[in-house]
Design a protein around this ligand. Structure first.
Ligand SMILES: Nc1nc2c(ncn2[C@@H]2O[C@H](COP(=O)(O)OP(=O)(O)O)[C@@H](O)[C@H]2O)c(=O)[nH]1
Ligand SMILES: [Mg+2]
Length: 279
C-alpha cells in the first residue's frame, strides 16, 4: 500500500545564468552540462528524500527567463514552502538582486518559510571579500536560514541545500520558528546569553581547521559557546543534524555549509546574537 508522502514546494530564484537549472540538474540527475537552453515557462522536478524516519517529497520549481517569470510569477511563487536564492560568485553583482527576488516572493507568499542563499560556481575564481561585503549590505541576510557555497559543475555541497531544506521543513513547527534540532542549548549557553555554535569536522578535513580558527578568533568580540563535533566519533549527532559536507557550522538558527570568511561569520554572529538577547 502506498502511504501518503508529505510533498513540499521549493522555488529556485535568481538572475538569469546564475546556474539555477544546473544546480537542480546536479541534484536530481547528478549531471552537469555545459549549457541548458533557457528554460521556457517553468519545469517542476520531484525527488524523495528521507529525513529521520520521515519520507518527504520535494517538488523543485525552476523558472526560465525574465519573460516567463513575469508571466508565471503568481503560479510559480504561490504556496512555496521553501525558497533557494541563487547568486553567482564569479558575478558578485548577482548578489545584490537577491533582495529583489526576496521582495517578489514576499509579495505573493508572505508567510515565513525557510530561505537558503546558494552561492554557486565556487569552482570559478572569485573575490571572497567582495562577496562578503555585498552580502553584509543586504538587509535580507537576517531573514535567511542557511548559506551554502556550492558548485553545480563539480557537485560540491549541492546535496546540502536540499537536505537542509528538507530537514527544516520536517523539523520546524507549524508556527515556524527556530528549527527544533537547531535550538542548540548546551552548557547553559542560552541562559548566559552566549551564542551557541556547533562546528562539524572530521579527522581528515584539513581545510576545516582554518574555518574553526576564524570562528574562534571572534570569541573576543562575542560571547560564544562553541561545540566542536568530530563526525567520525560522534556519528549520531552528525546524523541528527543531517551533516553532508564539511565544514558545516550552525550559528544560532543559521546553518552555513562551506568555508567561512571572517566577515560573513561576524555579520551572522551579530544578527544571531541580537536575536538571542531580544527574543
Ligand atoms: N563553472 C561553472 N559554471 C556553471 C555552474 N553552474 C552553472 N554553470 C554555467 O552557467 C551557465 C548558466 O547555467 P544555467 O543553469 O542555465 O543558469 P540559469 O539561467 O540560472 O538556469 C551555463 O553555461 C552553465 O554551464 C558552476 O557551478 N560552475
Ligand atoms: Mg534555467
Amino acid at each position: 500500500m502506498l502511504s501518503s508522502v508529505d510533498c513540499r514546494k521549493i522555488v529556485v530564484l535568481g538572475n538569469p545564468s546564475v546556474g539555477k537549472t544546473s544546480v537542480i540538474q546536479r541534484y536530481v540527475h547528478n549531471q552537469f552540462k555545459g549549457s541548458y537552453s533557457a528554460t521556457l515557462g517553468f519545469n517542476i522536478y520531484t525527488r524523495y528524500i528521507t529525513i529521520g524516519e520521515k519520507k518527504v517529497g520535494l517538488s523543485i520549481w525552476d523558472v526560465g527567463g525574465q519573460e516567463a517569470f513575469k508571466k508565471f510569477a503568481f503560479r510559480y511563487l504561490v504556496e512555496a514552502d521553501a525558497a533557494i536564492f541563487v547568486a553567482d560568485v564569479s558575478r558578485p553583482e548577482s548578489i545584490d538582486d537577491l533582495s529583489v527576488w526576496n521582495e517578489r516572493l514576499d509579495q505573493i507568499s508572505n508567510r515565513k518559510i525557510p530561505k537558503i542563499i546558494l552561492f554557486n560556481k565556487i569552482d570559478l575564481e572569485h573575490n571572497v571579500d567582495e562577496i562578503s561585503d555585498r552580502l553584509n549590505q543586504l538587509d535580507i541576510r537576517r531573514m535567511f536560514n542557511g548559506i551554502v557555497f556550492a558548485s553545480a559543475k563539480t557537485g560540491k555541497n549541492v546535496i546540502d541545500i536540499f537536505s537542509m531544506i528538507a530537514k527544516m521543513l520536517t523539523g520546524w513547527n507549524e508556527s515556524f520558528g527556530v528549527p527544533q534540532k537547531q535550538k542548540i542549548n548546551f552548557n547553559g549557553a542560552l541562559a548566559d546569553a552566549q551564542l551557541p555554535i556547533v562546528f562539524f569536522f572530521s579527522d581528515d578535513c584539513t581545510w576545516c581547521k582554518p574555518a574553526l580558527d576564524n570562528i574562534s578568533s571572534l570569541s573576543n568580540e562575542f560571547p560564544l559557546t562553541i561545540r566542536v563535533v568530530n563526525i567520525n566519533t560522534d556519528e549520531k549527532l552528525a546524523k541528527e543534524y543531517g551533516i553532508q559536507s564539511l565544514p558545516t557550522t550552525i550559528i544560532g538558527s543559521k546553518t552555513i555549509v562551506g568555508d567561512l570568511d571572517t566577515k560573513i561569520i561576524r555579520a551572522i554572529m551579530a544578527d544571531e546574537y541580537v536575536r538571542l538577547i531580544t527574543e
